[in-house]
Design a protein around this ligand. Structure first.
Ligand code: ZN
Ligand code: ZN
Length: 797
């Protein structure tokens, strides 16, 4: 007989790991004990050499579905002659840390119990087990035990305690375990003249009564604030155009697409095309919002038939949910409360995050007052939310998921780093902010925080950083930040009392994030097609080809510098960018042509630009006053969208470019462009845009549809990406291209670029679980800062 001491780290708590070990030991003729520690799980195992070998292998290979084994180490231990296998008391170590499980969507077993009239949890909206339920959103401290979660307010009843203490039960040490007798409850409340009036309250006998009453209000066309896992949703009947419009007006987001929750995949298939990989993602433990083909947008911008096969008895989702969009953000119920609400409503529901334009998702009841002018009533519960957590947003490309927003179900699961780094806090970017902290070879990229533009978001940001530092027992020695002096995240970084600070150029961070996600440290070509990022020369970059690794980069090519007339105003008003660029590139003749198009004199539509605004744009371009220069590819899409007649101003980030994408198709003839080698200032190739812009004017004047122009623009950007990458390969032999930056959220463009590069022999690093947009920047900052400090300390060759 032999004995071994086995240590396991990873996500091994809150996921049914000890009962799994217990069961495995019994099956494998292994004796000894298992316990949780602050760092993971420890096992003392005794048995024959063969039994121990098989046991160690199966710990890895048969681990429960939500567990993740990062390391498993075995060491010889003294043989003690044990004759049983037991679970022993947890051991706490104040310096150790462990991975924390994200929240997990309701599992099949819990769902069956929820809908089984004979089960004691029938219609209980907080049913969960070790395979599913809240985790990250209820954790207040570590180790992960009930008394350090917001479930500490709900003492277990005898029946729940028996489950909790029985190693053979699915709820053994399920920390959020609850039932209608002892657990949280829902209530439905309406605010009348400033006071809360209870319309329905859950009881032990009928825990779901408020949910049925809420469904009634939803069917009557009311807007409800629904408290969920990580915050409030604003919900309404997705098939009722009047209430959808009302919700959008009240949210002050007239055009931004809303997410819709469907009862099940079959209901969803009647509205959208759902591929097998998309169905897998929708029903995965993460249950993200998935962007699915919904309606056909024709190249002239008009909407054709719906993609699904709507049946007569199912009212269709109202088109106002996602105006001008080919894709619908769809998700399936991921908590028991959602399952019950969707069943009671009997129709798809809009479920959009409970926030005002630019503010973070609303978390607690005190804050719900901020929704008073949006919601007619509130469906509440008394389980506190420890951490805000938005829905994640994903799409499937080439059979694999790509995240657009990384939050619920994914964070705070770490991204593995290619090597151990010092502890870094990376403060992230301004829009779609996330931050990132590192420990050992893990990068903990935070959940989506939001746009750092107001006090509420900044508070959310600071408390979330504090939570991660507490959760992972971190004291970062290094601070990484974007070089943009006006970002709130940068200002925050500069106030921190740490000695080592590293500024990381925005697009270098984008490139580094893509490298880290792919586990690479080597030098690659980084194609960064982005909105705006502060460049090393103070110009706003965004159409860049870099050659770089995790330590540094060289800028080898970029789009030409053009003015943004009015600065931030040009972002809200793409017509200004269009007029300014045409004037800068083609002079007075071009300006006269653009003016005819943008002032609507060529067609019959509303003018995109007034005479006064056009005069101001011309003056700004001439003097350079309030007209910062940019090389942004995002702004190129804006300008072409405005010239093509898509829209002159926007109400949400990227709107003009997104609408142009919806109308565009592959297979178009590229526009002409010119590449010049600029040697005077820096040895970088510059893409000249005058030929492209002139050809766009020709097309629009010839009466070409916006989708035709858009299709040609997409092909052009793919063609110039390929051409620039070829030049780099010819010059220094590099044949790996990382595609990154917010513009690559554009599916058509990333498909065209990836296809063209791969057909030409390049290896392409596309986006995956780390967003291509600014939500991924913090990861890249953390890596660059960590490697930079390692080199400063002489720890890197
Ligand atoms: Zn479950
Ligand atoms: Zn109970």
């Amino acid at each position: 007989m032999n004995a071994e001491f086995i240590t396991v780290t990873g996500v091994v708590q809150g996921v049914g790991f000890r009962p799994f070990i217990y069961g495995l030991a019994k099956r494998s003729d292994v004796y000894g004990w298992v316990r949780n520690t602050s760092a993971g799980v420890e096992i003392h195992a005794e048995g024959t050499a063969a039994a121990l070998e098989a046991f160690a292998r199966d710990v890895r290979e048969e681990a429960p579905p939500r567990a993740y084994v990062a390391t498993l180490t075995r060491a010889a231990a003294p043989y003690e002659g044990r004759d049983e296998f037991v679970i022993v008391e947890s051991a706490a170590d104040p310096d150790a840390y462990q991975l924390v499980s994200p929240d997990i969507a309701t599992c099949g077993d819990c769902r069956r119990e929820l809908l089984d009239p004979a089960d004691r949890r029938h219609e209980y909206p907080f049913t969960n087990c070790t395979n599913c339920g809240p985790r990250f959103t209820i954790i207040e401290g570590l180790p992960y035990d009930r008394e350090r979660t917001t479930m500490r307010h709900f003492p277990l009843c005898p029946a729940c305690r028996r489950e909790y203490e029985d190693p053979s039960d699915r709820r053994f040490h399920a920390e959020p375990n609850a039932c209608p007798v002892c657990g949280p409850r829902v209530r439905l409340v309406r605010r009348v003249n400033g006071t809360a009036v209870e319309l329905a309250a859950g009881t032990t006998d009928d825990p779901a009564a408020p949910i049925r009453a809420a469904a009634e209000l939803l069917r009557d066309g009311e807007v409800l604030a629904v408290k969920g896992l990580g915050g409030f949703h604003l919900a309404c009947d997705a098939t009722d155009g009047a209430v959808v419009r009302k919700l959008k007006q009240r949210k002050r987001r007239p055009d931004k697409p809303l997410a819709v929750m469907f009862g099940d995949v079959d209901e969803l298939r009647r509205h959208c095309r759902v591929d097998p990989e998309e169905a897998d993602l929708l029903t995965s433990p993460e249950h993200p919002i998935v962007l699915l083909d919904w309606r056909e947008v024709r190249t002239d911008g008009t909407i054709g038939a719906e993609v699904g096969s709507a049946e007569a008895d199912v009212p269709p989702v109202d088109a106002g949910v996602a105006v001008g969009q080919r894709y619908l953000g769809a998700m399936l119920p991921y908590t028991p409360l959602h399952v019950l609400l969707l069943r009671a409503a009997g129709r798809p529901l809009v479920m959009t995050s409970g926030n005002l334009a630019e503010e973070p998702i609303v978390k607690g009841w005190e804050e719900a007052d901020r929704l008073a002018h949006i919601a007619d009533a509130y469906l509440l519960h008394d389980r506190e939310i420890a951490a805000r957590y938005d829905d994640s947003v994903a799409l499937v490309r080439r059979g694999r998921p790509r995240l657009v927003r990384r939050s619920r179900g994914y964070a705070p699961f770490p991204v593995p780093l290619p090597r151990e780094l010092p502890q870094v806090l990376a403060c992230g970017a301004e829009l779609k902010n996330t931050f990132c902290v590192t420990r050992d070879a893990y990068a903990f990229l935070s959940q989506h925080i939001g746009d750092l533009e107001n006090l509420e978001t900044l508070e959310h940001y600071e408390t979330s950083i504090a939570l991660y530092e507490r959760m992972f027992r971190l004291e970062p020695e290094v601070v990484a930040y974007d070089s943009h002096p006006e970002y709130l995240a940068t200002k925050h970084a500069l106030t921190l009392p740490r000695e080592e600070k590293v500024a990381v150029q925005h697009h270098h961070a984008h490139l580094a994030a893509r490298l880290v996600e792919n586990g690479r440290e080597d030098q690659v070509i980084g194609v960064c097609m982005d909105g705006l990022g502060y460049g090393a020369d103070g110009v706003l970059w965004g159409g860049e080809v870099l050659v770089g690794d995790l330590l540094g980069y060289e800028r080898v090519a970029h789009l030409e510098e053009l003015p943004l007339p009015g600065g931030a105003l040009a972002i809200e008003r793409p017509a200004r960018t269009a007029a300014g660029w045409v004037y800068a590139l083609l002079g007075d003749d071009g300006l006269a042509r653009a003016a005819r198009l943008l002032r609507g004199r060529a067609g019959g539509r509303e003018p995109f630009l007034s005479d006064e605004e056009l005069t101001a744009v011309v003056r700004q371009v001439q003097t350079g006053e309030n007209a910062p220069l940019t090389t942004s590819c995002g702004r190129l899409f804006d300008a072409v969208a405005a010239l093509a007649g898509v829209r002159g101003s926007i109400t949400y980030e990227g709107q003009a470019a997104i609408e142009l994408e919806m109308m565009s198709r592959s297979g178009a003839e590229p526009y002409p462009f010119a590449i010049e080698e600029e040697v005077a200032t820096a040895p970088a190739a510059v893409v000249r845009l005058a030929p492209l812009v002139a050809a766009v004017l020709d097309d629009v004047e010839a009466g070409r549809e916006p989708g035709y122009v858009g299709s040609r623009l997409h092909t052009t950007v793919a063609a110039l990406t390929l051409e620039l990458c070829r030049r780099v390969r010819a010059a220094n032999g590099l044949a790996v291209a990382a595609l990154t930056g917010g513009v690559f959220q554009n599916r058509l463009l990333s498909d065209l670029c990836e296809d063209a590069l791969e057909a030409d022999g390049f290896e392409v690093l596309g986006s995956g679980l780390v967003p291509a947009n600014d939500g991924g920047v913090a990861l890249g900052q953390a890596a660059v800062a960590g490697y930079t400090v390692l080199r400063r300390r002489g720890l890197l060759d």
